[in-house]
Design a protein around this ligand. Structure first.
Ligand SMILES: Cc1ncc(C[n+]2csc(CCOP(=O)(O)OP(=O)(O)O)c2C)c(N)n1
Ligand SMILES: [Mg+2]
Length: 335
């Protein structure tokens, strides 16, 4: 349902953010090729419209939980590019002092509760965060990003059920990019849409064209309004496609070239460029200028992170656990 026209300025801002994410991911691949990254790198190429359209509705006081494919979510929520690159390259100035890598980036100052190497791991965390917000009578919300593969895990079922019965302010966003490593989504799930499962939890389920940033923005906006009003959680399935391999180095021998090419033709960046040209009268030179500016920004962040030092050997065992809470727990046990 198209009933809200976004301004040219707003669409240009979405374009800039999507290009920033694409440029970051392309640079992350270059770093992986040079063996500068210390953990697996899972890129978000092809899914940029989702993070950008969703996060445009959020403030720093709203929370998100993310996945192993989390760079796009971080950037859309406002994370610092240099600290992200530093984390990928195991530098001390990275988000986890270089000890976490790509899959463990978190930034509490912007409400980014963390990427997660455990598939489905962010789903129950989002329910806990939702409970905290409700307990504090806050109007803020939690957005939980996860993949189609994660939607087949027990944690998904338990979390949606609990969020529903407790009417928690959580929006579950399934990024259905058609694949969970080499497992086709269609072969691992027998319902037409993952969002159809919402009925089983007594909540609303919506299916959205995830490569269309306008549709993502509009549909998420409606859902966010309802959830902020205290009407309980919503499940949104965003149909999209992972344009690159599962991680850098994936042979991709489980899917056909034709399939990849057909989805590349539906690339969210290209789709938005077409709208900007045809309905907003934007010239190619303006789009090129944004691309150049964002590439420059990303490369500067990467170069600067490369110059940073690695964590010192004597700090190896530091920061592994948050001892504040461990101490409290021990005190309780010890009476
Ligand atoms: C609990 C758990 N099981 C298995 C894995 C291995 N694994 C890493 S990514 C992945 C696929 C996830 O697919 P999906 O949820 O669709 O996310 P996508 O990679 O497509 O973004 C799997 C099975 C893991 N990291 N954690
Ligand atoms: Mg997937």
């Amino acid at each position: 349902m198209k009933n809200e026209v976004l301004s040219k300025e707003q669409l240009m801002e979405f374009y800039r953010k999507m290009i920033r994410i694409r440029a970051f991911e392309n640079e992350a691949i270059e770093l992986a090729k040079m063996n500068l990254t210390r953990a697996a790198v899972h890129t978000y190429n092809g899914e940029e419209a989702i993070a950008v359209g969703v996060c445009a509705h959020l403030t720093d006081q709203d929370y998100i939980t993310s996945t192993h494919r989390g760079h796009g979510h971080c950037i859309a929520k406002g994370a610092d590019l240099k600290r992200m690159f530093a984390e990928l390259m195991a530098r001390e100035s990275g988000y986890c002092k270089g000890k976490g890598g790509s899959m463990h980036i978190a930034d509490m100052s912007i409400g980014m509760l963390g990427a997660n190497g455990i598939v489905g791991g962010g789903i129950p965390i989002s329910v806990g965060a939702g409970f905290a917000l409700k307990y504090r009578k806050s109007k803020n919300i939690v957005v939980c990003f996860f993949g189609d593969g994660a939607a087949n895990e027990g944690a998904f079922h338990e979390s949606l059920n609990m969020a529903s019965v407790m009417k928690l302010p959580v929006i579950f966003i399934c990024e259905n990019n058609q694949w969970a490593i080499s497992t086709s989504q269609k072969k691992s799930c027998n319902v037409e849409n993952i969002s159809d499962r919402a009925v089983g939890y007594g909540i609303e389920g919506i299916t959205v064209e995830g490569n269309d940033v306008e549709e993502v923005y509009r549909e998420f906006g409606r859902a966010a309004k309802r959830v902020r009003e205290g009407k309980g959680p919503i499940l949104i399935e965003m149909k999209t496609y992972r344009m690159a391999g599962h991680y850098y180095g994936d042979s991709e021998n489980y899917r056909s070239r034709e399939e990849v090419e057909s989805w590349k033709a539906r690339c969210p960046v290209k789709y938005l460029e077409k709208i900007l040209r045809e309905t907003c009268g934007v010239e190619d030179e303006q789009l090129e200028k944004i691309k150049k500016e964002e590439e420059k920004l990303v490369l500067a962040a990467s170069e600067s992170a490369k110059q940073e030092s690695e964590p010192a050997e004597e700090d190896l065992k530091k920061d592994l656990y948050d001892t504040t809470y461990a101490d409290i727990t021990w005190k309780v046990f010890e009476g």
